[in-house]
Write a protein that binds this ligand. Structure first.
Ligand code: KIV
Ligand code: ZN
Length: 498
């Protein structure tokens, strides 16, 4: 029987370190939600001590992404580990990923120290992290160039003090596949307590070996792979999620399986590429524009006779078949339902009817409704539908030289309540009006607003966090009118109090 291969996605940490790829909090939440849909096991959400923005993003991701483990990176430094633990405070499943360099280069030139001291610091950081969380992953940075005997001593010692996962990074992408595989095998054979932890690969692509090295690691005993969408990551990048996952899927002789929902791969790849402004090279394995483009006559002839002559998996396995389908105001319910099905979401007739109404409103305002819009429409519809408080009416009076005023009507348990309020801007006025009706002592703690894609016809997405009687509540909404989206998100959060 084959084992589960755990997928740790580091797009939001190693991938986001790439110059020009930085994302804001709302964009990171977007990617994290997509990774949750993709069904990765662990999301490495950032390096929280590195910046307040990274810290905040991990906090926010932890609140909304509940299924995968949320992982925060920390050096072998107590303050890093404290900050990582704090950033994970809301996570339903959390992991701290801490570690230190173990190769000669790191010991001699980076730390100016000895192997013994590195060993002590490795043990100390795992022990310290275990005081905060149960699940601690240790990384031996530059393990690819670390002497195997010393590496084995480090791995044994950190497992002894409670590391549940041990990461063997080929930080510089130096190893050849058989060298990396042999390193993992050496650890499997020489570390007596190795079966008490999961061994993880983290392969960089400096020589174009990242996917091959990861697979070799797996063939020799690793049961977690650290990967990033489109192979994003430091320098030449990390092993690409889509390549490793599809290699496992195509080779049933490998001793592992993943639970990744591969039909979301194409969308996840596009989302990362768009938000991080990092185009995917046309001949990129699995997700490149040309990955299924057969141009030579001989190949086209073969494909027509039998696709398997030249394709090792079907385009639809990665969700390619309907990515290009365009939904507009002229699309019918059937097209919308089909599109949702392609996204892996089977919605019943009642929900379809409700979402379709919102879809038409949106499609009237936008030239093209994207997958992201559709996810948002469905999410908003589902959460709004079950709320006891509904926004019935919102009218604003604002502009230059006008004191912003909002008139609002809420339906609470079927009963209509109205209020008028002023504020420093239209959103403030609308929030004040809501507070006049319900929960005046609510404090707005976070307010994030962002357009999904680009145009002025775009939907604005709003995340809010409020505090009430010492507890925090979180709300979300989206609309082409950002004041309506903000008010709906505020109501969404307030609804959770009751
Ligand atoms: O490449 C690397 O060694 C890393 C570690 C911080 C895990 O990214
Ligand atoms: Zn790395």
């Amino acid at each position: 029987m084959s084992d589960q291969l755990y997928i740790l996605d580091t797009t939001l940490r190693d991938g986001e370190q790439v110059p020009g790829c930085q994302l804001n909090t709302v964009e990171k939440i977007e990617v994290a939600r997509m990774l949750e849909r993709l069904h990765v096991d662990v999301i490495e959400a950032g390096f929280p001590v590195s910046s307040p923005g990274d810290f905040r993003s991990i906090v926010e991701i932890s609140k909304v992404v509940r299924e995968p483990v949320i992982c925060a990176l920390a050096r072998a430094v107590e303050q890093d580990i404290d900050v990582a633990a704090e950033s994970l405070q809301h996570a339903s499943r959390k992991r701290i990923h801490t570690g230190i360099g173990t190769s000669f280069y790191h010991i001699a030139y980076k730390f100016h120290t000895t192997e013994e001291e590195i060993l002590e610091r490795a043990v100390a950081c795992v022990k310290y992290a275990r005081r905060h969380v149960e699940d601690v992953e240790f990384y031996a940075e530059d393990a690819g160039r670390t002497d195997n005997e010393f590496l084995a001593r480090v791995v044994e010692a950190v497992i002894k003090v409670g590391a549940s996962v041990v990461n063997i990074p080929d930080t510089t992408g130096f190893c050849l596949p058989d060298q990396y595989g042999a390193k993992i095998r050496y650890l499997m054979e020489h570390v007596p307590n190795i079966h008490r932890a999961v061994i993880s690969t983290h392969c960089h692509n400096d020589l174009g070996m990242a996917t091959a090295n990861s697979i070799q690691g797996v063939m020799n005993g690793a049961r977690q792979v650290e990967v990033a969408l489109n192979g994003l990551g430091e320098r030449a990048g990390n092993a690409a999620l889509e390549e490793v996952v599809m290699a496992v899927q195509c080779h049933s002789d490998l001793p592992v399986f993943t639970t990744v929902r591969t039909r979301h791969i194409m969308r996840a790849s596009r989302l990362a590429s768009t938000l991080m402004q990092m185009p995917v090279q046309p001949n990129k394995a699995v997700v490149g524009r040309n990955a299924f483009a057969h141009s030579s006559g001989i190949h086209q002839d073969g494909i027509i006779k039998n696709r398997e002559s030249y394709e090792i998996f079907r385009p639809e396995d990665i969700g390619l078949h309907d990515v290009s389908m365009v939904l507009t105001a002229r699309s019918g319910r059937a097209a919308l339902k089909h599109h949702y099905a392609g996204m892996g979401l089977n919605i019943d007739k009642e929900l379809l009817d409700e979402v379709y109404e919102r879809f038409l409103v949106l499609a009237d305002k936008k030239k093209e409704v994207t997958d992201e819009d559709l996810y948002v429409l469905l999410g908003v519809e589902q959460s709004a539908k079950h709320r006891r408080i509904q926004l019935d009416y919102l009218q604003l009076n604002c502009g230059k030289s006008v004191v912003p005023e909002a008139v609002i009507a809420l339906i609470i348990d079927g009963e209509k309540h109205t209020a008028t309020a002023y504020g420093s801007g239209p959103v403030d006025a609308a929030f004040n009006a809501v507070k006049q009706i319900i929960h005046p002592k609510v404090v707005l703690e976070e307010f994030l607003i962002q357009a999904i894609t680009r145009g002025s016809d775009d939907m604005g997405k709003v995340h809010v966090q409020i505090a009430y009687k010492g507890r925090h509540y979180y709300g979300f909404s989206a609309d082409t009118d950002v004041v309506t989206a903000s008010t709906e998100a505020f109501i969404d959060a307030i609804s959770k109090i009751i």
